[in-house]
Design a protein around this ligand. Structure first.
Ligand code: HEC
Length: 269
């Protein structure tokens, strides 16, 4: 038994990059796209991504326009991008479809030309990775670049699926709490659940049993989100820091306002 585990471990470390499958389920029967077929598509391009989020430097990819794989979706639809590590990005179809100048691409790792390893404890970005050209045009955030991508699916909106994370609808849309809820979905919800709801499996729940605004001093919590290592340090920490470009001061205030509000809106039990 021990030998078998050792063997599997060695295998998983030395295994070369192989062809993989991406599942796309838009609600009319799931489709499976394989690496070889994707690499042979007529719409495949070589694209340059000057400020790549996962790698932190310029990258070049073989990629197909993401919209071409999502035929039939409308701007009101909602998509979830699930990675093999438990990351689940919620991305409104609107930013992929409405051509505000940002274009989403599915980057495909060719087993013959594997991508470099990611920095720190993030493993490998392949086999599929959503990258953007001109991300600033549609305010695409760093958590909207899912890598290690395994599945894309159309789902109901976050608010419909997870009512326990939704602030009181009578709060105006431009209130800090509602704005913070939007920032939370875009920036935190890919890794954290809240009130036990959500599909992410990477980080701790941000409200139960206790929310961070209840047990972390306000200035330290703020500093933590900018740079988690400024609070506590350990080698395998996984939460990325959000600098002012990834999360403006106003958005940081809003998300903290939302977390503070949710601390007094826990599910009854
Ligand atoms: C890419 C995944 C990821 C994203 C995105 C992310 N976090 Fe985290 N977060 C983690 C992980 C994982 C931990 C556990 C500590 C670690 O491994 O770094 C964590 C820990 C935390 C903690 C500390 C909890 C405790 O008591 O130790 C807080 C607070 C927190 N995150 C808040 C946030 C907020 C707010 C956002 C959005 C602005 C956010 N996180 C975005 C992955 C993430």
């Amino acid at each position: 038994m021990k030998l078998l585990i050792l063997y599997l471990l060695v295998l998983s470390v030395t295994l070369p990059v192989t062809a993989a499958e991406l599942k796309v389920d838009l609600g009319q029967g799931a489709m499976t796209y394989r690496t070889e077929a994707l690499l042979k598509r007529p719409d495949i391009r070589t694209i340059n991504v000057p400020a790549d989020v996962a790698f932190g430097h310029a990258m070049q990819y073989r990629a197909v326009p993401l919209a071409a794989l999502l035929k039939g979706i409308g701007p009101g639809d909602h998509l979830q991008f699930v990675a093999s590590d438990g990351f689940a990005a919620e991305i409104p179809a609107e930013i992929i479809l409405n051509h505000r100048g940002s274009e989403a691409w599915l980057a495909i790792e060719d087993p013959a030309h594997p991508w470099p390893a990611l920095s720190k404890n993030h493993g490998h970005a392949g086999p599929f990775y959503v990258v953007w050209t001109q991300p600033q045009a549609a305010h695409v955030g760093p958590e909207q670049w899912p890598y290690q991508l395994a599945m894309i699916r159309r789902l109901d909106s976050v608010a419909t699926r997870f009512p326990a994370i939704v602030p009181d609808p009578s709060l105006p849309a431009d209130s800090e709490v509602q704005r913070g809820f939007v920032v939370f979905q875009r920036t935190c919800f890919a890794c954290h659940t809240l009130n036990g709801q959500g599909d992410a499996k990477l980080g701790p729940d941000l409200n139960i049993p206790h929310g961070p605004t209840e047990y972390l001093r306000a200035d330290l919590l703020r500093a933590y989100i900018r740079n988690p290592q400024s609070l506590r340090q350990w080698p395998q920490a996984k939460m990325p820091g959000f600098d002012a470009q990834a999360l403006s001061d106003r958005d940081l205030d809003a998300v903290l306002g939302y977390l503070h509000y949710m601390a007094s809106h826990k599910p009854a039990h």
